[in-house]
Design a protein around this ligand. Structure first.
Ligand SMILES: NC(=O)c1ccc[n+]([C@@H]2O[C@H](COP(=O)([O-])OP(=O)(O)OC[C@H]3O[C@@H](n4cnc5c(N)ncnc54)[C@H](OP(=O)(O)O)[C@@H]3O)[C@@H](O)[C@H]2O)c1
Length: 243
């Protein structure tokens, strides 16, 4: 690899296929890896496993803060937040406003915005006092209002746009106290995971990446991230996307 991997990484939303791939890339180096997830720790052949796994069932703010506090004992220099839902058993993304369901929208807002916001809140003190800390929150290009020419996918687009605003806002606040912090939202590129699986048929050849390819790309973005980029929405190749 032609870039430096984090010395200590915290990956939130650890069951995400992209999160798992980031952890795997880091495990091949000597990176300390902490992962937070609603899920129980995956089984590994290695004893001890190459990561610290913290289960957070998102029951209360206090329990999430406790998980974050445990993870921060490993002093992460890089933090990925991977939580995000496009579809689930209850619904596919809307093709028309007529399919918009307020309960579902509230549910998507919870997973795609409120959960990352609560974790960022739990990380707040750490972000304001840790030199050169980097936070990369996985968003989506379809959350760019400027880039939207196709329409559709109301809940996902609206919640990712809100996520972009959350991180932009926080980047301004943190920069007042810690000028060395870098907080960005990041489009990982279309990646072969359960999230994109129903939409892979008509993709142009070469667009779909494996989670391992995406993990390498995102780790390269994080390695090269600087405070000058804080607040931006970045593409998987570190180019700036419009909001
Ligand atoms: N795959 C793509 O092509 C693509 C494209 C653009 C953007 N993205 C973004 O990249 C990120 C990772 O995507 P992925 O493809 O790796 O997805 P994935 O494998 O389907 O992972 C889903 C993620 O969402 C979290 N999650 C699911 N339901 C949740 C709930 N009710 N409350 C809180 N968290 C919940 C999971 O966290 P737990 O570990 O707690 O289960 C996990 O981190 C997402 O933010 C997604 O929007 C992906």
């Amino acid at each position: 690899m032609l870039f430096t991997l984090p010395q200590s990484v915290l990956i939130i939303g650890g069951s995400s296929q992209i999160a798992q791939a980031i952890a795997k890339e880091c495990a091949d180096a000597s990176t300390v890896i902490s992962m937070i997830s609603r899920q129980v720790a995956p089984k590994t052949d290695e004893q001890p496993p190459p990561f610290h796994w913290l289960q957070d069932e998102l029951q209360t703010k206090v329990s999430s803060q406790q998980c974050i506090n445990l993870a921060l004992e490993h002093q992460p220099d890089t933090i990925f937040i991977c939580n995000g839902v496009l579809h689930d058993a209850s619904a596919m993304p809307e093709k028309t406003l007529l399919q918009l369901d307020s309960e579902l929208l509230a549910h998507r807002f919870h997973t795609n915005v409120i959960v990352p916001a609560q974790y960022l809140q739990a990380l707040y003190r750490y972000l304001t006092k840790t030199p050169n800390v980097k936070v990369l929150v996985l968003s989506a290009k379809v959350g760019s209002i400027t880039d939207n020419v196709l329409g559709g996918w109301y809940s996902y687009r609206m919640t990712k746009a809100a996520l972009n605003m959350l991180v932009k806002n926080l980047s301004i606040e943190v920069a007042r106290i810690n000028k060395t912090a870098s907080l960005v939202t990041l489009h990982p590129g279309t990646t072969d995971t359960p999230l994109s699986e129903p939409f892979q048929k008509n993709l142009p050849l070469g667009q779909l990446q494996t989670p391992a390819q995406t993990a390498k790309r995102l780790l390269k973005v994080s390695a090269q991230l600087t405070p000058y980029q804080t607040g931006q929405l970045l593409n998987w190749d570190a180019s700036k996307l419009p909001f």
